[in-house]
Design a protein around this ligand. Structure first.
Ligand SMILES: Nc1ncnc2c1ncn2[C@@H]1O[C@H](COP(=O)(O)OP(=O)(O)OP(=O)(O)O)[C@@H](O)[C@H]1O
Ligand SMILES: [Mg+2]
Length: 228
């Protein structure tokens, strides 16, 4: 589902990604750990075309976003990006929109779904996330864990094939961390690939099929994590 090859990225003179290789199969959950400043967020942003890289390749669901340092045409990039969901650290929910409005905005605007259709699907997702009773609340009325689930729901509404998470549990207490882990696992069992950045090793072990560590712009070691 995702294949990153020899990816390089610099900010001015600072080289942040120094030849990253990473592959994720559909239905696979890969967790990236590593020291602060190692380039994890930059990698995730690059995969989502929020940062431009000057060397290397990024392939998503068989389509090249970036091939040998050259980006696909604009229309193709749009198409490819629709297959990717992204949940940021800090959620980035629209504060002036209700929960359900947060979920239907992109499906209507980007996927051109009819409002009634988008609303029906959003309700299904909210029920699945056990947030059915919060549809008309605003983000400020929710707990950290609830906001996190809304952010996941908003990404799910786009039906991505690859979901990317940056520090999904940083605002959660340990009980909710387990909940998010369960949710991520159940989504992957439906074939969605997951790329998760975290500093939380407990969470990483709970959720990962594979844990890789990233330091100083490179993926250093790769080891299979087999749950006992
Ligand atoms: N927009 C930017 N302009 C300049 N430098 C940047 C920019 N974004 C990131 N960097 C630098 O790139 C390096 C990697 O940052 P990145 O956010 O990818 O690290 P990280 O592994 O996600 O760290 P953390 O675990 O603390 O979140 C850092 O040295 C950072 O200062
Ligand atoms: Mg980061």
């Amino acid at each position: 589902m995702l294949k990153v090859e020899k990816l390089y990225k610099s900010f001015g003179k600072t080289e942040v990604l120094k030849g990253v290789d990473l592959q994720i199969a559909s239905g696979e959950i890969v967790v990236v750990v590593g020291s602060s400043g190692g380039g994890k967020t930059t990698l995730l942003r690059s995969i989502n075309y929020l940062e431009k890289c000057h060397r290397g390749s990024i392939m998503i669901d068989g389509e090249y976003l970036l091939r040998g340092g050259v980006y696909a045409p604009k229309e193709k990039i749009k198409e490819i990006r629709r297959n990717i969901g992204l949940v940021f650290q800090g959620f980035n929910l629209f504060p002036h929109k209700s929960v359900i409005e947060n979920l239907i905005e992109a499906p209507i605007r980007v996927l051109k779904q009819k409002p009634e259709e988008a609303k029906k699907k959003a309700e299904e997702i909210l029920n699945f996330l056990e947030l059915g009773d919060k549809a008309n609340c605003y983000p400020y009325e929710l707990s950290g864990g609830q906001k996190q689930r809304v952010a996941i729901g908003r990404a799910l509404a786009m039906k991505p094939k690859l979901m990317c998470f940056d520090e999904p549990t940083s605002a959660l207490d340990p009980a909710l961390t387990g909940e998010v882990a369960k949710l991520i696992k159940s989504l992957s069992s439906e074939g969605m690939a997951m790329l998760i950045i975290t500093h939380d090793m407990e969470f990483a072990k709970m959720v990962a099929d594979r844990i890789v560590s990233m330091n100083q712009g490179k993926i250093l070691e790769e080891h299979i994590y087999a749950e006992a």
